[in-house]
Write a protein that binds this ligand. Structure first.
Ligand code: GDP
Ligand code: IMO
Ligand code: MG
Length: 443
């Protein structure tokens, strides 16, 4: 393959960053196409830990081009902070390596203020957003009052639009949300001060990507969040405010569907969720605490403890179907070591009926999972680099996941660092199997 999209199959934090970083070794360009700094993608390379929010996970290699495309919403200050930190650590040395779409929308402090004030007002029914203003920024985009990076070219016109927005948002903050307004003058001055630092990255990324694809470059599209957080197909309203599946690649980059060769889904070997909303396989108590500690399941963006559950094959089938997934990269198999049995949700039950598909969002919170229990393994698997290095029960677990999800595995994660991965099939390597072969676990 030349062009590949990587998307989350669960509720985010599946380990997309780690897999994109691994695949980026063979890519020329890595692209973020939706979401904002509500994403937090953790990379562990040569013992160093990096958390990327906006910059794509190609940034740790010399010479790879990172693109933040038009479908994203970008907090300009957060982006500059991230760039500064990456430069300090020896990356993104050349400004030509980062391209920011002129059509991407900005996240402003009033978006954050609205996000937080609304969540506070919702109390117990809060969505549990990251509080980074993502929803309000996408709202402004759709309401056609958003600020885009191309607006910075004429700063006076930009400042007028910004002041109009601050006026409107402050009225809403004060009268409806009973929250503190945002000070206009310091924000305008701050944007004036950072304008030239941002403009050096701004360009027409749609044209750049189209030309790169036409000339045969390898392009990796890095999804954020996960399909169950998708604004249309997720557990609405407990979702984020963008489409998180493969469809967003095309609108979010300005490229045609026939320029994408394949979709790789990322799934954990169990499930997690941050924030509110239904989670059929959620578990609590000592087992959940152990898995949270072992898997270090604390949000990289907000530090919140992640909710924990067993692998849900019903949801994963849904993710595979919605995204036309070629294969799945299964991460964090090592976290299941020592558990016996390991469980997989194979169906749901509701009102005496068994469902093998995801029901409407309002019913998902009411279903009871039907589990299949498999024998566990106790041997450490962190040094496994091929499927044959795994204990037989781990291989059985993988085989059963593949059968239940109807899709083969491309990779299996056995640790947080880049090299702690079993690569079954690298889509960028010659001889990669383009079929949906699922008989791969005995290799
Ligand atoms: P993303 O948002 O999908 O990129 O995922 P996050 O980075 O938010 O969360 C995944 C966490 O699991 C990070 O701390 C990764 O370093 C870590 N991780 C990724 N793959 C593996 C794996 O196979 N095993 C272990 N133990 N940790 C992993
Ligand atoms: P990555 O890319 C996990 C969740 C939030 C909240 C809901 C809405 O790291 O996988 P938002 O701030 O987007 O309006 O919050 O979506 N959420 C994520 N959960 N990983 C993410 O991204 C997430 N991005 C948003 O916790 O429940
Ligand atoms: Mg994350």
């Amino acid at each position: 393959m030349k062009t590949l999209a990587v998307v989350g199959s669960q509720w985010g934090d599946e380990g997309k960053g780690k897999i994109v970083d691994l695949l980026a070794a063979d890519a020329d360009i890595v692209v973020r196409f939706q979401g904002g700094n509500n994403a937090a993608h953790t990379l562990v390379v040569n013992g160093e830990r990096f958390v990327l929010r906006l910059v794509p996970a190609g940034a740790l290699y010399q010479g790879k081009i990172c693109v933040i495309a038009n479908g994203t919403v970008v907090d300009p200050i957060a982006l500059l902070d991230e760039i500064t930190e990456l430069k300090r650590r020896g990356h993104l040395k050349d400004d030509e390596l980062l391209k920011l779409s002129s059509e991407a929308h900005m996240v402003m402090p009033y978006h954050r203020a609205i996000d937080r004030a609304r969540e506070a007002r919702l109390g117990k029914s809060a969505i549990g957003t990251t509080g980074f203003g993502i929803g309000p920024a996408y709202e402004d985009k759709m309401a056609r009052v958003g600020l885009r990076f191309d607006d910075l070219a004429d700063f006076d016109a930009f400042a007028q639009k910004l002041q109009r927005n601050i006026r409107d948002k402050n009225a809403y903050l004060k009268t409806v949300l009973k929250a503190k307004p945002v000070a206009a003058a310091p924000l305008v001055s701050q944007m004036r001060a950072v304008r030239s630092r941002l403009l050096r990255y701004v360009c027409d990324t749609s044209r750049f990507l189209q030309e790169a694809i036409a000339s045969g470059k390898r392009v990796l599209f890095e999804g954020a969040h996960g399909i169950m957080l998708d604004i249309d197909h997720g557990t609405y309203p407990f979702v984020t405010s963008s489409n998180c599946g493969v469809s967003a690649v095309f609108s979010g980059c300005g490229i045609a569907p026939n320029s994408l060769d394949g979709v790789l889904g990322i799934s954990k070997a169990y499930a997690t969720r941050v924030g509110g909303g239904p989670f059929p396989t959620e578990i609590s108590g000592r087992l959940a605490d152990m898995m949270r500690e072992e898997g270090n399941e604390f949000g990289s963006a907000t530090g919140r403890p992640r909710r924990i559950g067993w692998f849900d094959a019903v949801l994963t089938r849904h993710a595979v179907r919605l995204n036309g997934m070629w294969r799945i990269a299964l991460t964090k198999l090592d976290v299941l070591t020592g558990l016996d049995p390991v469980k997989i949700c194979v169906a749901y039950q509701i009102r005496g009926r068994t469902l093998d598909q995801v029901p409407d969002s309002h019913l998902l919170g009411k279903v009871k999972p039907v589990y299949e229990s498999l024998p566990g393994w106790s041997e450490s698997i962190s040094s496994a680099r091929s499927l044959s290095d795994l204990p037989v029960n781990a291989r059985r677990y993988l085989q059963r996941l593949q059968e239940l999800c109807g899709v083969g595995l491309a990779m299996v994660g056995v640790g947080a660092s880049r090299e702690a991965t079993i690569v079954v099939d690298n889509p960028f390597h010659d001889g990669s199997d383009n079929s949906n072969n699922i008989a791969v676990t005995n290799g």
